[in-house]
Every structure is written in structure tokens, then in C-alpha cells.
Design a protein around this ligand. Structure first.
Ligand SMILES: Nc1ncnc2c1ncn2[C@@H]1O[C@H](COP(=O)(O)OP(=O)(O)OP(=O)(O)O)[C@@H](O)[C@H]1O
Ligand SMILES: [Mg+2]
Length: 271
């Protein structure tokens, strides 16, 4: 599995509170359950919450790696099904504003992971700040989430538009969140896909939908991934189905699959 490179997948939405963190955690956990080596990175630098959602205690985070105080292995936490969780760099607000020394530490930190990961899943912050865009630009695949509300749809479109026009992104994956049923999910996808295709000439592929699910909320209260706490819940089944689609995505090979390449792209040293 690790003979090919690491596939970097960023989860994003434009609008806040639509299910990015739950999606990141549960797709990561589903992939880990299937035996893949998965790292989940909390890229929400302002309001980090992956660790809280998983009930993990973290004393150190990416900021300590960037300052050279800790290595990446020293700060990663173990989540469900042995997936690795990287707590957000609290106090670091601009990836673009990092000092040279911090960059070196970041690159070194990731190079120890070359060949050891199948998936790096990135849970981004809400909005379209430069930081969010930098993480999206660094990823091989983007999962854009929207629910069936006008503000969620327009914010998702705004994000897709800026990625397409500013960064030349041509392909997105779409997840319809908190829908009544699969039909509603597909209808939402079709509505957005048509606009993305027509105005931006970009491709948007359907990843799937998650239903509104009280069991997910209960799992959140228990600080657990729903796929682990309630594997038969409707949302768990949806996440596992989506992970099965993700498994069929072609893994990157060569340079683009190396973790240093991800860091390089993150810091926009390669377009
Ligand atoms: N499928 C679902 N069914 C019911 N509730 C859900 C579902 N998905 C997410 N939620 C609820 O919506 C809220 C936001 O979820 P989550 O934290 O995953 O979103 P987010 O996009 O990461 O938010 P933020 O933008 O604040 O980071 C949480 O209270 C969560 O329990
Ligand atoms: Mg979140």
C-alpha cells in the first residue's frame, strides 16, 4: 500500500458548521479501519477541534514542530483504528508568514513520514482565507461540503470559484451534508455541478451524502468518531461508503506523492 505515495485530501466548505470536521474524522477513521495508514491533520488554526472531537488530550502541536522543539512523531496522537492525528498549530495564523527556520523544521518533520502514509486528510477552517486556500492548493484532492441552504451553496461556490480562477483547480469532489435522503443529496450536487461546469469549466464529482443523524450528534457529545461509536448508524454507513470511493482514487506516484512535495506546495514554492 505504501509503495505509492501519500494521497493528500483536503476537506473544505466555505461556510462554517456544515460537517467538515466530522467528515474528515470519519473518512479518515474508515480508511484506517480498512488497514490504510492514515494521518489526519487539523488545519483549523483558529479554532482547532479535531482533538476535542476525538476526546484526545494534546500538550503539543504543530507550532512546537515548527519551532524545532518537537518532532512530528512526538506530537502526533493516536485516534480510532490507529490513525494518527496532528493537532493544529495554535498561535500560527499564516502559513505564508512562516520564517525560514520554521519552514525547515516543517519540511524535516514531514520527511520522516515518507513511505509511511497512505492518506493525509486535512480538516480545513471555514472561509476562504489564504491559509485555507494554501492547504487546498497543496492537496491532491478536495472534498467540498455543502448543505441545502442558500448561504452554504453560495459559500461553497465562492470557494470553488477562487480555487479555479486563482489556482487553476479543475476537479473537485462534492459531499452533500445533513440531507433528508440520498435523492436530496444528488439533487443538491446536480444544482451546484451545473453551475461549476458552466461558469468555471471545472469538473465536480459526486462523493456522496450524509443524512441528518442524531447518532452522529451523540457520538460528538461522547467525543468519539461515529464510525467507531455506532458503525451501523446511517451517517457511519455513508462515511464508510464514501471512504470506499476514496480508496478507488488513483494514488499519486513519483515526486508528487512525497510528503515534502506537499509541504512545498503548501508554502507555494511550486504552483
Ligand atoms: N450528518 C449530521 N447529522 C447531524 N448533525 C451533524 C451532522 N454533521 C455534522 N453535524 C453537526 O453539525 C455541527 C458542525 O459539525 P462539524 O464540526 O463537523 O462542522 P465543521 O464544518 O467542521 O464546523 P466548523 O466550520 O466550525 O469547523 C456539529 O454540532 C455536528 O454535531
Ligand atoms: Mg471543523
Amino acid at each position: 500500500m505504501s509503495s505509492t505515495g501519500v494521497q493528500v485530501i483536503a476537506v473544505t466548505s466555505g461556510k462554517g458548521g456544515v460537517g467538515k470536521t466530522n467528515t474528515s474524522i470519519n473518512i479518515a477513521a474508515s480508511l484506517a479501519k480498512q488497514g490504510h495508514k492514515v494521518m489526519l491533520m487539523d488545519a483549523d488554526l483558529g479554532l482547532a477541534n479535531v482533538d476535542v472531537n476525538l476526546g484526545l488530550q494534546c500538550s503539543f502541536n504543530m507550532a512546537h514542530v515548527m519551532s524545532g522543539e518537537k518532532t512530528l512523531s512526538e506530537i502526533v496522537l493516536t485516534g480510532p483504528f490507529d490513525m494518527q492525528v496532528v493537532p493544529a498549530a495554535s498561535g500560527i495564523y499564516e502559513m505564508a508568514g512562516l520564517q525560514n527556520e520554521q519552514l525547515q523544521h516543517l519540511i524535516q518533520a514531514f520527511s520522516e513520514y515518507n513511505g509511511k502514509l497512505d492518506y493525509l486528510i486535512i480538516d480545513t477552517a471555514a472561509g476562504i482565507s489564504d491559509n485555507v486556500l494554501a492547504f487546498l492548493n497543496a492537496a491532491h484532492q478536495m472534498i467540498v461540503i455543502a448543505c441545502d441552504e442558500p448561504s452554504s451553496i453560495t459559500d461553497a461556490y465562492a470557494l470553488i470559484k477562487v480555487m479555479s480562477q486563482r489556482y487553476g483547480a479543475t476537479r473537485f469532489h462534492f459531499l452533500a451534508s445533513m440531507v433528508k435522503n440520498e435523492k436530496e443529496g444528488r439533487a443538491l450536487y446536480t444544482k451546484i455541478e451545473r453551475v461549476v461546469d458552466h461558469y468555471l469549466g471545472a469538473t465536480m464529482l459526486y462523493l456522496g451524502s450524509t443524512p441528518h443523524d442524531d447518532q452522529l450528534r451523540i457520538a460528538n457529545k461522547q467525543q468519539k468518531a461515529v464510525v467507531q461509536a455506532a458503525p451501523m448508524a446511517n451517517s457511519s454507513r455513508a462515511y464508510m461508503q464514501m471512504a470506499a470511493i476514496v480508496e478507488r482514487w488513483e494514488a499519486p506516484t513519483g515526486l508528487s506523492g512525497q510528503v515534502e512535495f506537499f509541504v512545498d506546495r503548501l508554502l507555494q514554492r511550486k504552483a
